[in-house]
Write a protein that binds this ligand. Structure first.
Ligand SMILES: [Zn+2]
Length: 396
């Protein structure tokens, strides 16, 4: 039994508040409905898939359009950057047949609460074949290499000329090692397939701003050190060409020794050893529907975010992850005005300050990779990731 179903890989482009379908590709993939957390809350971005009769047959969170541009300090603490740039998110959906529509609903606190949703008719196409001279896909003989349901991590080089390919391979190995020691991925490696393609760029290195002739056009965001952007459409085309069947995510390695990266439909990170952490955090958004757990100073929220790892309430009755909190743990565990004990508290509770607000929103742990790069994922994020990875474990 292969456990595969007909699914649609959809790239959605966010431009300001509007969402449009950039591409929709029919694939055979592990059932997208397995392992998703139940959505609860009112603030955030959700996608609903309606069958030809208009019934909602699938829903999940989408990354907040504003979260792609994040910047990490030297200690890994993350900060959100505002930015009106178009960005992409790639999701896999079940395929209920012709006449299906998807609806992207953005809800926001206050006046924007009932912002109109984008409603789009889904018309997927079959993936296109590769041109004759295209370099081959190299599947690493590890982990879920032979698992048809696996999530393929497709590593793509940008700014590497022919004789620099060993350097690209070294970065891939470095990133694979990180996955191999980072829970919950380390315990679920059978759900992951590692592959790379030696796509040669015409020029070495990536641009300080724009204009270098590389495979995916990687460049630093002007005026913002550490944020590297790529041509998301080109990376998605490579994903559709090289992973036409089964689930996959494009991971672009940018040829620069400077620290940096970003998320979106495709992850991008540099050759700096710390940069692979950016990919893990951004994958938390794009593949697993997790919210940022960091706060922007001073602001208060009165809404409950839709994601499973942030909650608008710090009391036991309404906390989304109350089942993971020991009966003896006080709730809320730490309020915004409380002094932080040294060492900081461990364990799952309700810690005030999450998803861009320092008050009125709670996170599950004092720290987590969705708050600070280099930290472990908290138990709530780990549980969410494991749930979704369960669909990528072979049922054979
Ligand atoms: Zn977390």
């Amino acid at each position: 039994m292969s456990g595969l179903v007909t699914a649609v890989r959809v790239a959605i482009a966010y431009d300001g508040g509007a969402a449009t379908i950039a591409s929709a590709t029919l694939i055979e993939a592990a059932d997208p409905q397995i392992g998703l957390p139940v959505l609860a809350g009112t603030d955030g971005v959700t996608l609903r898939l309606r069958d030809p009769d208009g019934m909602v047959v699938f829903s999940r969170t989408l990354p907040d359009p504003g979260t792609a541009l994040e910047i990490a300090g030297d200690g890994g603490a993350l900060q959100r950057l505002s930015g009106g740039r178009q960005r992409f998110v790639v999701v896999e959906l079940p395929w209920p047949g012709p006449g299906s529509t998807i609806e992207v609903r953005l809800t926001r606190p206050g006046i924007e609460r009932e912002r109109p949703s984008a409603l789009m008719r889904l018309a997927p196409v079959r993936p296109m074949g590769l041109e004759g001279a295209a370099p081959p896909l190299v599947v690493h003989p590890i982990w879920g290499a032979d698992n048809p349901q696996a999530l393929t991590l497709l590593f793509l080089p940008d700014g590497f000329v022919v004789d620099e390919m060993p350097a690209f391979h070294a970065v891939v190995e470095q990133c694979v090692r990180l996955f191999g020691v980072t829970e919950p991925f380390a315990g679920q490696t059978a759900a992951l397939r590692v592959a790379h393609v030696d796509i040669v760029s015409n020029e070495s290195g990536i641009s300080g701003t724009q204009g270098r002739d590389t495979a995916f056009g990687a460049h630093f965001q002007p005026d913002i050190d550490r944020v590297i952007l790529v041509d998301q459409a080109r990376a998605l085309k490579a994903l559709n060409s090289y992973v036409p069947h089964g689930s996959g995510v494009a991971m672009v390695v940018a040829n620069t020794p400077r620290y940096g990266g970003s998320g979106g439909g495709a992850m991008v990170f540099s050759c700096d050893v710390r940069s692979s952490e950016i990919a893990l955090h951004e994958l938390g958004h794009s593949a697993f529907g997790l919210a940022d757990e960091y706060a922007d100073a001073g602001q208060s929220a009165t809404d409950d975010p839709v994601e499973p790892n942030v909650c608008g309430f710090g009391d036991r009755a309404r906390l989304k992850w109350a089942d993971l909190v020991p009966a003896t743990t006080p709730l809320p565990s730490l309020n915004a005005d409380d002094p932080v004990p040294s060492p900081p508290p461990r364990g799952i509770g309700a810690y005030e300050g999450a998803k861009y607000h320092s008050r009125g929103r709670f996170r599950p742990a004092f720290d987590c990779k969705m708050r600070t790069l280099g930290q472990p994922f908290c138990a709530v994020c780990a549980r969410t990731i494991i749930g979704i990875l369960s669909r990528h474990l072979s049922s054979a």
